[in-house]
Design a protein around this ligand. Structure first.
Ligand code: TXA
Ligand code: MG
Length: 349
C-alpha cells in the first residue's frame, strides 16, 4: 500500500481524509496527546484493519473519538458523572469508559460490552471527525509494543505502507496518552493516568480511585480492568533500568557506569553538563514533570536506536502528571528499579 503523507492542513485535504475513513480506510492524525490510527468506529472491518496495521491483539479495545460530549449518546449509555467530567475536561485528554450501545460493533471494543469515549481538543483531530461524519476508532499510531508516536516521523517509521494517509500536524502538546476513567455510577476508576490528574478528577467527582494495574505488576493470570494494561508496552530492545535515589548519588552512579559500559541515559537537564556527552537525552528539568512527559516517548525511541547495552532513567515522582510518567516508565522498564544507596526511602518519590 502506498501511504499518502500530507502536512498542509487545509479543508479539501481533510475532506479527502474523511472520505478515506468513510470508505473503510485508515488515516493517522495528530491529537493533543499522541498520534492516533483512525478508522470508522462503526465498522467491524475497519477495526480489523486497525488491529492488523498495528500488529495489535484484537482483544485490546479501541477508543471512539467524537467531537462533542453529547455525541456519545448514540454509542454509549451516559450518566450525570459523565456530563460532569465532560463539562470540566472535554474537549481534552480524558477518555471515559461507559456501557456500550450496539451502534459500535464488538470488533471495535475487543468483545467488551463497554466503550471508551474521547473528545480530542486538537483542531486537526476535530476537523477530521467532522469531515468523516462518523465516530473515529483510534488507538495510538505506533506498532504494537513501541512507544506511542508524538510526531509524524515516529508514525512514518512505524506505519508507512500500512495506512492510507498520515496527516503531519507537528509535535503533540502533551506527549502521553489520555487519562482513562471507567465510570461505575458516580465512582470513577482511573484505568490509565494522564494529563488530567487524579486531583483534577477529584475536584469534579467525589469518588475517585486508581486501578491496581496502574502502579503494580499484576500476578500471573490476574485480569486488569483495561485489557491494554496486561500487555508489555513501550519496551526498548535493551533493558531500561529506573534509578531511585538522591540526585547526587544517582549522578555519581551514572558517571561510573558511563566509564564502564555503553549506556544511554535519559537525564535531567541539569545533569547534561556533568555527564559525558555521548548517548545522553535531555528529558527536561528535574522539577518539570510536564516537559519530562512530553519528551519521554521520543527519548525512548532515540535511545533505542543507539548501540548500547542498557538505558538508564530516573524513577519519576508520582504526583500530578508524574503518575502517568511513572506508569509508562515502570512498564517500559518491566518494573526494574535500582535503588542507589538504599533509594529515597519514600522521602521524595
Ligand atoms: O490519548 C489517547 O488516548 C490516544 C489518542 C490517539 O486518542 N489513544 C490511545 O489508544 O492511547 P490506545 O488504543 O493506544 O490505548 C487505549 C487503551 C488500551 O489500553 C485499551 O485497553 C483501553 O484503552 N480501553 C479501550 N476501551 C476500553 C474499554 N471499553 N474498557 C477498558 N479499557 C479500554
Ligand atoms: Mg497505545
Amino acid at each position: 500500500m502506498q501511504t499518502k503523507i500530507i502536512n498542509c492542513i487545509n479543508n479539501p485535504l481533510l475532506q479527502e481524509a474523511g472520505e478515506i475513513i468513510r470508505q473503510g480506510g485508515l488515516v493517522v492524525f495528530p491529537t493533543e496527546t499522541v498520534y492516533g490510527l483512525g478508522g470508522d468506529g462503526t465498522n467491524a472491518e475497519s477495526a480489523k484493519k486497525i488491529y492488523a496495521a498495528k500488529g495489535r491483539p484484537s482483544d485490546n479495545p479501541l477508543i471512539i473519538h467524537i467531537c462533542e460530549p453529547q455525541d456519545a449518546e448514540e454509542y454509549a449509555v451516559t450518566n450525570d458523572t459523565y456530563y460532569k467530567l465532560a463539562r470540566a475536561f472535554m474537549p481534552g485528554p480524558l477518555t471515559v469508559v461507559l456501557p456500550k450501545k450496539n451502534t459500535i460493533p464488538p470488533e471495535t471494543t475487543g468483545g467488551l460490552d463497554s466503550v471508551a469515549i474521547r473528545c480530542p481538543s486538537h483542531p486537526v483531530a476535530r476537523g477530521l471527525i467532522k469531515a468523516a461524519g462518523i465516530p473515529i476508532a483510534a488507538p495510538s499510531a505506533n506498532l504494537s509494543g513501541k512507544p506511542s508516536p508524538t510526531c509524524a516521523e515516529h508514525v512514518i517509521d512505524d506505519l508507512s505502507g500500512r495506512v492510507d494517509m498520515i496527516i503531519d500536524g507537528g509535535s503533540c502538546e502533551i506527549g502521553l496518552e489520555s487519562t482513562i476513567v471507567k465510570l461505575d455510577g458516580n465512582r470513577a476508576i482511573i484505568l490509565r493516568p494522564g494529563a488530567i490528574t487524579e486531583d483534577a478528577l477529584r475536584c469534579v467527582c467525589d469518588n475517585v480511585s486508581v486501578s491496581k494495574a496502574v502502579l503494580e505488576q499484576l500476578a500471573e493470570g490476574e485480569r486488569p480492568l483495561s485489557p491494554g494494561m496486561k500487555y508489555r508496552h513501550y519496551a526498548p530492545s535493551v533493558p531500561l533500568v529506573l534509578l531511585d535515589g538522591e540526585e547526587a548519588d544517582i549522578l555519581a552512579f551514572l558517571k561510573q557506569e558511563q566509564a564502564q559500559k555503553k549506556c544511554a541515559i535519559l537525564c535531567y537537564h541539569e545533569e547534561m553538563a556533568e555527564l559525558a556527552p555521548h548517548d545522553l537525552f535531555d528529558i527536561g528539568q528535574a522539577d518539570s514533570l510536564e516537559t519530562q512527559a512530553n519528551r519521554l516517548f521520543s527519548s525512548l525511541r532515540e535511545a533505542d536506536k543507539k548501540e548500547v547495552e542498557i538505558i538508564y532513567a530516573h524513577l519519576p515522582a508520582k504526583d500530578g502528571i508524574g503518575l502517568a510518567l511513572y506508569n509508562r516508565m515502570i512498564r517500559a522498564a518491566a518494573h526494574t528499579v535500582l535503588k542507589i544507596n538504599g533509594g529515597t526511602h519514600g522521602k521524595k518519590k
